[in-house]
Ligand binder design. Structure first.
Ligand SMILES: *Cc1c(COP(=O)(O)O)cnc(C)c1O
Length: 242
């Protein structure tokens, strides 16, 4: 290399993962003609150690999403006293509903009336009603969780009758291998479904690291972002406690 070769120094960047994601969210909203103030960022902290959550917390992040009750409880305990909202976004099992009803303020993955009834019955009286989204299955082939779009209206009506739940909207996640055009069509379908559900529902929980900008274009009000904020996850069962 010649002595005169220009030395390219990348500018020092103070911009963190959080700032970068927020900026991309704002750009996507503005490009879609939407008010960025209507968007919520849920930091999906499954597979992340407590220090990574503390780091985001220091930067002002307040909403965290977890998939596994056993992993979440020590984090919730460690950060008790902070004014945080904890969102359960994982597969809900009936033997875990009491812990979810007690320790979380949101559940995004409601897909059975039986689970909704348990959560409503188990929500402690001193807490506000549990905010909930119905999870909709957006990839008909590999249907693992969520209900099909045509079944949404009936479940909305049934959940509306439960006193200790507050139904907020719909959650969906396209197949991980879906191409961007198909993911976008799925987001649009979820938005159209919400529009048929009546005025009280205000939440469209859709979009992850891979596709949150497309989700915002199609009307997401809450995006659930993990790896693009935190970096790679630790393998399950290896997240240190406390
Ligand atoms: C893990 C997870 C996310 C976050 O996924 P990333 O690709 O890390 O952004 C969002 N939603 C649900 C339901 C998840 O399980």
């Amino acid at each position: 290399m010649s002595r005169d070769a220009p030395i390219v120094v990348s500018p020092p960047t103070a911009e963190t993962g959080l700032a970068r994601i927020r900026r991309r969210m704002v750009s996507a909203a503005v490009a879609a003609g939407r008010d960025p103030g209507t968007l919520t960022l849920l930091a999906v902290s499954k597979g992340q150690p407590i220090d990574a959550l503390r780091d985001l917390l220091r930067q002002g992040q307040r909403a965290f999403g977890e998939n596994y009750v056993q992993e979440a409880l020590p984090k919730i305990a460690a950060l008790r006293g902070e004014d945080l909202s904890w969102h359960f976004i994982g597969r809900l099992q009936s033997n875990k509903t009491r812990e979810v009803a007690t320790h979380f303020s949101w559940v995004h993955s409601l897909d059975r009336l039986r689970l909704a009834e348990r959560l409503s019955a188990q929500r402690p009286d001193h807490l506000a009603p549990l905010d909930c989204c119905i999870e909709v299955n957006l990839n008909q082939e590999a249907s693992k969780s969520g209900i099909d779009l045509p079944a949404v209206a009936a479940l909305v009506a049934a959940i509306d009758r439960l006193p200790r739940l507050r139904l907020r909207g719909l959650m969906g996640m396209p197949a991980p291998q879906a191409d961007p055009a198909r993911a976008r069509a799925s987001f649009a379908a979820l938005r159209d479904c919400l529009a048929t559900c009546g005025g009280a529902l205000d939440t469209l929980s859709m979009g992850t690291s891979a596709d949150f900008e497309a989700a915002i274009t199609e009307g997401a009000t809450l995006v659930r972002i993990g790896t693009a904020l935190f970096g790679p996850r630790l393998p399950r069962g290896t997240v240190p406690e406390g």
